[in-house]
Design a protein around this ligand. Structure first.
Ligand code: FE2
Ligand code: FE2
Length: 284
């Protein structure tokens, strides 16, 4: 078998495939690499059920030399009809094992180094969740922000479906993940830049364009506001907002790489369903 040529390889990324929607499923079925050496980052919200998530990741693992996955909030939902009863940390660990069965890299694995064009770069898949701190955009306290969201009828499904077990709250789970991840990133080789990959934006700024500002509280944590500088990022890749775009913060490229729901990409026009998006080599 021919060895893939890393010198021609491209690092791609995509997020929020939401394959429970038949139109999105068809997009995933058609999604292919350009060369045998290409890598793909899958930035969470693959689907709402374990079967959908495992279907998509195993298909993509056959088509790319390396696939890297981080969980989105939807991937961690336990729907009422779910017969496994897997909740919270146990559900996350189940998905990590499912990824390992098909060779997909998760936040629990050693961070891989991209040696293709634009490398070397350490790619760090992160699972950090959120702690409601972005809710201070609409109210002086987290409790008041949550109350305002309920009053406005803009409440993330996570409140009912994303269980934090065994942690007492999603906020506590987030803080445990942030502490553990910060130690791992601090131990990475300082001479190699990073690409930080997380379902939620690491900064609050990208959430300021949300149609419903009440939703920002489910979008990240202020604890990661300086990570792109501290951990020498050449790019940050995220999804969750369903607002695909490139922004720059402190000279660092932030890529929101969502596909999103069919009603969203249909409204944005044909180019927005062109996934995956190229991360390295960088577009000029
Ligand atoms: Fe999503
Ligand atoms: Fe999400």
């Amino acid at each position: 078998m021919a060895v893939p040529r890393v010198t021609d390889a491209t690092l791609f990324a995509v997020s929020d495939l939401h394959v429970g929607h038949p139109e999105n499923r068809r997009i995933v079925e058609r999604l292919r690499s350009e060369s045998d050496a290409d890598w793909l980052i899958v930035c969470g919200d693959v689907g709402d059920t374990l079967a959908d998530i495992e279907w998509a990741l195993s298909l993509l693992a056959e088509r790319f030399a390396t696939v890297i996955w981080v969980p989105g909030n939807h991937d961690l939902w336990t729907l009422p009809e779910d017969r496994t009863g897997l909740r919270g940390e146990r559900r996350y660990r189940y998905l990590v094992e499912a990824c390992r069965r098909v060779g997909v890299i998760t936040p629990e694995d050693p961070y891989p180094v991209w040696d293709g064009r634009g490398g070397p770069v350490t790619i760090a898949p992160l699972f950090l969740l959120y702690d409601y701190s972005f809710g201070l955009n609409i109210a002086p306290t987290k409790e008041a922000a949550l109350a305002r969201a309920h009053a406005a009828g803009v409440v993330c499904g996570d409140e009912f479906l994303l269980h934090p077990d065994p942690y007492p709250s999603r906020e506590a789970w987030c803080h445990a993940r942030v502490g553990e991840t910060e130690r791992r990133l601090a131990a990475c080789a300082r001479e190699v830049p990073t690409i930080l990959v997380n379902h939620f934006p690491l900064l609050e700024e990208p959430t300021r364009v949300l149609w419903h500002p009440e939703f920002a509280q489910w979008c990240g944590t202020s604890l990661t506001a300086d990570w792109h500088r501290r951990f020498r990022s050449t790019a940050v890749v995220y999804g969750h907002l369903h607002i695909p775009r490139t922004t720059w913060h402190d000279g660092v490229r932030f890529e929101e790489v969502s596909l999103g729901y069919p009603r969203e990409w249909a409204r944005r026009g044909p180019r927005s369903r062109e996934v995956p998006r190229r991360i390295l080599p960088a577009q000029r």
